[in-house]
Design a protein around this ligand. Structure first.
Ligand SMILES: NC(=O)c1ccc[n+]([C@@H]2O[C@H](COP(=O)([O-])OP(=O)(O)OC[C@H]3O[C@@H](n4cnc5c(N)ncnc54)[C@H](OP(=O)(O)O)[C@@H]3O)[C@@H](O)[C@H]2O)c1
Length: 359
């Protein structure tokens, strides 16, 4: 496989730090640029992010002395040094939209964690096991942007990464409606218990914008390419409630689902066990061998015990049983900053690399 030089835009943040640790020994990608806000420009990575390092593994030695660039002012220089960038910045939505388009127009592909472009018609929002074919819309996006190489591809919100994978192999039974309550970790807000002490022994029943994302994003992921846009699926009907809970990492979802043709419990378990996608077929470096993992124990999955399954890239499911109002209910869990953020973006970049989109 060819090697690619990559940049991390937003390297000092929570997701940026995850990118740094995931890319430290990556077989295909080498980090050659770190960038963040003008506040960090000119500082070494150690100076800029050392005191707020939130990962359990240390800052990569190879990056400690790298000098941070300004994500906005240095776009041309950054684009000249890398084959593509990962982007995870905390800025206003319209600023992020403009920033990502500026990179794409500088012929630097962007693999983004940000939500700004998730509903741009010709930007693919990809969970690589579910809708890898959506990357084919990039041709139309390049035509719109007037680029040869530059484009934007995004991953979906961390909240949907727990329940949409579990629903995917059940779509053949005709999913009619879904109710999902998510219990989301504080790292999803870029926080730790040190930086957000109010979350100790607490629960906050509101995460700005999260319920809309959790209801709408699955429909784009399950949508189809028509001409130069991705058209959202019209079903199933999805309703959600999203709560912030005192967990460091790992988003849990309690899911209720009904079908046109109600499957048996055994059929559902078989679908989960046998499900695998293009990342597994291509043996992409960050693809979990077993994507969906069912636990028979009544008290699983648990965030602390199960979030790191397969390097935090697998989804854990448990407690499948019939319901009185819906056909079935179950619980699922995924690591929000690994599968749900940086890890999901790295897997998407591996898919794009394997399909030649960075060449
Ligand atoms: N945390 C998660 O689980 C998660 C999951 C999915 C998606 N996301 C998304 O990923 C993005 C980053 O989240 P996060 O949790 O990593 O946030 P964070 O920890 O607050 O980090 C924000 C990053 O953005 C940079 N930044 C802020 N203002 C900037 C500017 N004007 N120009 C360039 N860079 C700027 C910061 O640089 P300085 O250090 O220089 O200020 C820092 O590197 C957000 O859009 C978030 O919604 C997060």
């Amino acid at each position: 496989m060819k090697h690619y030089n990559v940049g991390i835009i937003g390297a000092t943040g929570m997701v940026g730090q995850r990118f740094a640790t995931l890319l430290e020994n990556h077989p295909w990608f080498t980090v050659t640029v770190l960038a963040a806000s003008p506040r960090s420009k000119g500082k070494t990575y150690e100076e800029a992010a050392g005191s707020r390092w939130a990962m359990t593994t240390p800052m990569p030695e190879s990056m400690k002395k790298m000098v941070l660039m300004d994500a906005t002012a240095d776009i041309k220089e950054i684009a000249s040094k890398v084959d593509f960038v990962f982007c995870a910045v905390d800025m206003k939505k319209d600023e992020i939209k403009a920033l990502e388009e500026a990179y794409a127009k500088a012929e630097c592909p962007v693999v983004s964690n940000n939500s700004a472009h998730r509903f741009t018609d010709d930007v693919p929002m990809v969970v690589p096991e579910i809708n890898p074919e959506h990357i084919e819309i990039i041709k139309a996006q390049r035509e719109r942007l007037g680029t040869k190489k530059g484009f934007i591809a995004v991953k979906s919100n961390c909240s949907i990464q727990s329940y949409v994978p579990a629903l995917e192999p059940l779509r053949k039974f005709g999913i009619t409606k879904v109710l999902a309550c998510t219990y989301q970790a504080i790292s999803g807000a870029g926080k730790t218990f040190e930086t957000w002490p109010e979350m100790v022994d607490n629960l906050i029943p509101y995460i700005g914008g999260e319920e809309e994302k959790s209801e709408q994003e699955p429909l784009k992921v399950w949508g189809r390419i028509e001409g130069n846009k991705i058209v959202k699926a019209s079903a199933p009907a999805i309703t959600t409630q999203c709560l912030r809970v005192p967990v460091s990492n790992g988003h849990t979802a309690a899911v209720f689902v009904s079908f046109e043709k109600k499957p048996s419990k055994e059929e559902i378990l078989k679908c989960w066990k046998e499900f695998s996608g293009v990342p597994q077929e291509l043996e992409l470096p960050h693809a979990p061998k077993q994507f969906l993992n069912y636990f028979e124990e009544n008290d699983r999955p648990q965030a602390k015990l199960d979030r790191d399954l397969e390097g935090g890239m697998a989804v854990s499911i448990g407690r499948l049983r019939e319901d009185t109002q819906y056909d079935y209910k179950f619980v699922c869990l995924s690591h929000n900053t690994l599968r749900g953020a940086a890890g999901g973006a790295v897997l998407l970049a591996e898919l794009l690399a394997a399909k030649g989109y960075f060449d």
